[in-house]
Design a protein. Sequence first.
Length: 84
Amino acid sequence: MQGNTVPPTGRIDLILDELNRQRFANASAMQCKVCWYVYDPEIGCEEWDIEPGTSFNDLPEHFTCPQCGNDKSVFLPCEKENGD
Ligand SMILES: [Zn+2]
């Protein structure tokens, strides 16, 4: 390891990241767009020993979809309640 080789991060990235976090935090559940598995924070995930009440943001970094094995980046908000 030598020097700082990490590329500079534009603020827009930080803003988008924050917006995503807020979107995810507001979502009641997250759905894998590959296999349609739904992670429901109220239920947790037995496969990963995730206790009920654990929000998607609080899942460990090594969490992957228990059905297809893809990582958290393939999950999208799955809004059960539609206010429109
Ligand atoms: Zn999946």
